[in-house]
Design a protein around this ligand. Structure first.
Ligand code: AMP
Ligand code: ZN
Length: 112
């Protein structure tokens, strides 16, 4: 599959890995938009975006948010952070593999 995140997960494209388990992979964004900016993605390319989420994905989505909370603690984002998932063209989604941005490490600008 021609998907940059699938290639990262498979180790075909290098990444700065933060965390990995059987369900998710977390790595730093290559173009950080904040002092700390990482992505958490499901390992399986099951969903292109949150627009495809069904009830059956509840455990996966819940797990992703648990991983985000743990990584935020680990990276000392005690001052706060933002979780963003871009969904579709108007949101500027460029990679069609569900992913959650985590931004922090200082005051963030206002949201669009
Ligand atoms: P989105 O606009 O939500 O689809 O964001 C995709 C994100 O993936 C962008 O913030 C990119 O900087 C990031 N990205 C693209 N390629 C890579 C890569 N090889 N390693 C790390 N992050 C990447
Ligand atoms: Zn993929």
């Amino acid at each position: 599959m021609d998907c940059v995140f699938c290639k990262i997960i498979a180790g075909e494209i290098p990444s700065k890995k933060l965390y990995e388990d059987d369900m998710v992979y977390a790595f730093y964004d290559i173009e950080p938009a904040a002092p700390v900016h990482f992505l958490v993605v499901p390992k399986e390319h099951v969903l292109e975006s949150c627009a495809q989420v069904q009830e059956e994905h509840a455990a996966l989505i819940g797990h992703i948010f648990h991983v985000i909370a743990q990584l935020a603690r680990q990276l000392d984002l005690a001052g706060g952070y933002r979780v963003v998932t871009n969904c579709g063209a108007d949101a500027g989604q460029t990679v069609q593999h569900l992913h959650f941005h985590v931004l922090g490490g200082g005051p963030l600008g206002a949201m669009a």
